[in-house]
Design a protein around this ligand. Structure first.
Ligand SMILES: C[S@@+](CC[C@H](N)C(=O)[O-])C[C@H]1O[C@@H](n2cnc3c(N)ncnc32)[C@H](O)[C@@H]1O
Length: 272
């Protein structure tokens, strides 16, 4: 009712009201259960064996040439809101964790792995961070779109599990919501650590506190894809085995699911 009234006043009031209502409800346990149910509705859980069996078939899902335009339509609205000063927990999780911990951020050479059409580079600029930003993605269609949208940055077609960059090439590597789509996520983590000199961020990482990895099939952008929700302890052990220690984290969202706490987190690791 309140939202309908606000809509009569204009879209910005409506958006603000939605955020306020969401914030007010966010500690209510019934609302949390409702959100968890709604969130997991988009996933079909499969076994590790099934995930391994379908991984070859689904490993190229994100390369579908129709995805960049579809994603850009969504992202464009988010970028406009962000430019206009609206907070965004997902974007803020990344910029906050970096500005809080890396004083030399502006002089960092950054690589984003799984960069899609490169929009996180714009988030940095909106926040006044002017590091040297480079990105890669295994989808030629996404890289074509990144080159068109942000021609002054370097964008490469690269597979996260077999990067062609030299060891220690970038002060900061951002694995941008990418390892969760890769069955061999251990290889993707190892590659991110290898090409980083000092810091690695695992942005938008879905984790359970006490179970996992759980494998899912998900429909997004009209294609079927694999998504993995990790066991946080296993993930941090894997990072440690590549010389990465978690020094800070931001929670983008969290709720309870079957006696487990589930969160989407952005981790900042330092390389030893
Ligand atoms: C959810 S989007 C992330 C976009 C952006 N980095 C962000 O954090 O908002 C995941 C991206 O990972 C890319 N990706 C998936 N598997 C990959 C792989 N094996 N190597 C490189 N990129 C991959 C997809 O093409 C897609 O652009």
């Amino acid at each position: 009712m309140l939202i309908l009234c606000a809509e009569g006043l204009g879209i910005n009031y409506s958006k603000m009201l939605r955020v306020l209502i969401k914030r007010a409800l966010s500690n209510n346990c019934h609302f949390k259960r409702f959100r968890a149910k709604r969130f997991f509705r988009q996933y079909q859980e499969i076994s590790a064996q099934e995930a391994e069996a379908v991984t070859e078939m689904l490993s190229n899902s994100w390369k579908d040439t129709s995805i960049p335009d579809q994603q850009f339509q969504i992202v464009n609205d988010q970028l406009t809101d962000y430019r206009n000063g609206h907070p965004d927990p997902t974007f803020d999780s990344l910029t906050n964790i970096l500005t809080r911990n890396i004083p030399e951020l502006n002089s960092c050479k950054i690589l984003e792995i799984g960069c899609s059409s490169g929009y996180l580079s714009e988030i940095f600029r909106i926040k006044g961070i002017f590091s040297r930003y480079q990105g890669c993605d295994y989808s030629p269609a996404f890289i074509k779109s990144a080159r068109k949208l942000y021609p002054y940055n370097q964008w490469d077609v690269e597979d996260a599990t077999a990067l062609s960059y030299q060891d220690d090439s970038f002060n900061l590597v951002i694995s941008g919501c990418c390892v969760l789509h890769i069955f061999d996520y251990a290889a993707a983590i190892a590659q991110a650590a290898r090409v980083a000199r000092k810091y690695v961020v695992f942005h938008r990482t879905p984790v359970f506190n006490n179970k996992g990895p759980v494998f899912y099939l998900k429909h997004a952008y009209g294609v079927k894809m694999l998504e993995i929700h990790f066991c946080e302890k296993e993930l941090s052990r894997l990072m440690a085995s590549e010389g990465l220690s978690i020094i800070d984290e931001e929670i983008i969202d969290s709720f309870f699911c079957d006696e487990n706490s589930f969160s989407i987190k952005t981790y900042l690791c330092v390389k030893s």
